[in-house]
Every structure is written in structure tokens, then in C-alpha cells.
Design a protein around this ligand. Structure first.
Ligand SMILES: [Zn+2]
Length: 268
């Protein structure tokens, strides 16, 4: 069973008419990270979010991909690549028909036999992924995880260089333009922390919904305290006596974030 599985995974490749499509490799990381051989179903939407982050976090793979939406991913959201990901899952299912099934909107893997433990399986599967990275991309020691680490966030906050961290990619996933002036040029956007920096605890630092992008001018005003965002989703500029409401889907996510982390800091 396990050698059969390894062979089927190894037959997923990056072939494409032009460039290289690394989504099938991304799928392996998705399977590994979510431990999908252990009875957990997954949907196209979950896969789309993962693929979105994979390409946002890896400029090189984005540039190799022939798909125009993937190449310009900064202008899009995970829902925009749903059809692309659905098609990729069709290809993957055709490559490994004995291992993966589609049931209504969910996909399932054939559950592993009981004579192999999760730890042993995952360590073997990791070797398979490493072998695929070498075979198809000639890359050794490459590993991907979508999870943000406290260490990378701390370093970014320390240097006040959130823009060069993956927090920026996650913030772009929520809103990818400055909602005050409508700037869409990614070069001019940067993330700001909704929670005042001195009140950030570890779980809030790691929560992507604590960050929102603004253009550099408005980010500067925000960081200087000239403009604020309240928990009703209004952006308030006291000096200019100005109020602007954030997009409703963004407000919803910010409220969920506030409830989740039971943060009751100085939002107005
Ligand atoms: Zn702006």
C-alpha cells in the first residue's frame, strides 16, 4: 500500500505547456500539513486558500507558473483561483484514482492501513516530497509550511519591517488595496497592526486578522495615531473629522478576530 502510494505521488509532476506548474507539488505539502491520510475530508476552497498562500509566499514558483492569475496573484484572492484549483484537483484525482475520491464537494483519501503509525507515515511522506522537489525542480532542502512562526513575526516587528514578512501576504489575502485612497499598487502597500504594538501578545501576533494593508502614506498616519480603526469597522481621522467604513467582509473578519483572541484593548 505504501509503495503504491509513493509511486502515485511521484507521478504528479510540474509539466506545463510553458513554464512549470508547481501546484501538484503544493498539493503534497497541503496533504502533509493537514495530515489528510487520516480520514479528514478537504474541500476545493481549503485547497484554494493553501495554494494562494503557497504562491504568495514563493515568488519563484509564482513566476514559473504559466497561469496569468497565479502570476499576478497580488491582485486576487483565494476565491479567484477556485476554478484553477478545482481543475488541478481533477488532474490529481486522475493521476491517483485508487487513492483519492470525490464525494459531493469533499475529497477523501483512502485511509492508511493500521500497521503504520502516523509518525512513521509522515516521516516517509516527507522523504517523498523532498525527492519530488529534487526530481522536478532540482531543489534540495526546500520545505513549505503555511503556518506563520512566532520567530518570523517577532523579527519582522523588531525591524518594523512587516512588509518583507509573510504577514504582508496574509494581510493582502484579506484586503489588497488601501481602502482610504484605493491605491492598488502592491509596491505602495504595507501592513499595519490593528492591536497597538505594546499590547501585542503571542497569539495576536500570529493572527493574520490582526493586520490590514494601507498605502505607505496612510500606514504612516495610522502608525502615528492620526487615524484609527474602531471595532465597528470605521476608520476615523480625528483631525479631518473623517469616517470611512471598511468593506463588510473585512469587518466581519476583524470582529471574529477580536472575539477569538478575547482581546479588549483600546479599540474605540
Ligand atoms: Zn492610502
Amino acid at each position: 500500500m505504501i509503495s503504491n502510494l509513493i509511486n502515485e505521488f511521484m507521478s504528479l509532476d510540474v509539466k506545463s505547456v510553458t513554464g512549470k506548474d508547481c501546484t501538484r507539488l503544493c498539493f503534497c505539502f497541503f496533504v502533509y500539513e493537514n495530515e489528510l491520510f487520516f480520514g479528514k475530508p478537504f474541500s476545493v476552497s481549503e485547497f484554494s486558500t493553501y495554494v494562494f498562500r503557497f504562491y504568495m509566499d514563493n515568488t519563484m514558483f509564482r513566476e514559473l507558473n504559466p497561469n496569468k492569475i497565479i502570476q499576478k496573484l497580488f491582485k486576487y484572492s483565494p476565491t479567484d483561483i477556485y476554478d484553477y484549483c478545482s481543475l488541478q484537483l481533477d488532474i490529481i484525482r486522475n493521476t491517483m484514482p485508487s487513492l483519492i475520491k470525490l464525494d459531493k464537494s469533499n475529497h477523501y483519501f483512502k485511509t492508511l492501513e493500521n500497521n503504520i503509525t502516523k509518525e512513521v507515515f509522515l516521516s516517509r511522506f516527507k522523504l517523498v516530497i523532498n525527492a519530488m522537489m529534487i526530481k522536478y525542480l532540482n531543489m534540495t532542502n526546500y520545505w513549505y509550511t503555511q503556518e506563520l512562526t512566532l520567530n518570523e513575526i517577532n523579527l519582522a516587528l523588531e525591524a518594523q519591517n512587516l512588509k518583507n514578512s509573510r504577514i504582508f501576504n496574509r494581510a493582502l489575502e484579506i484586503i489588497n488595496y488601501c481602502f482610504i485612497c484605493d491605491t492598488i499598487d502592491t509596491e505602495q502597500l504595507e501592513p499595519v497592526s490593528l492591536t497597538p504594538l505594546e499590547k501585542l501578545n503571542d497569539s495576536v501576533k500570529l493572527n493574520m486578522f490582526n493586520y490590514i494593508v494601507l498605502c505607505s502614506n496612510h500606514a504612516k498616519n495610522y502608525n502615528e495615531g492620526l487615524i484609527r480603526i474602531n471595532k465597528l469597522g470605521y476608520l476615523i481621522d480625528h483631525e479631518k473629522n473623517y469616517r470611512e467604513h471598511l468593506p463588510i467582509n473585512v469587518v466581519k473578519k476583524i470582529r471574529e478576530f477580536l472575539n477569538d483572541c478575547s482581546f479588549n484593548g483600546d479599540f474605540e
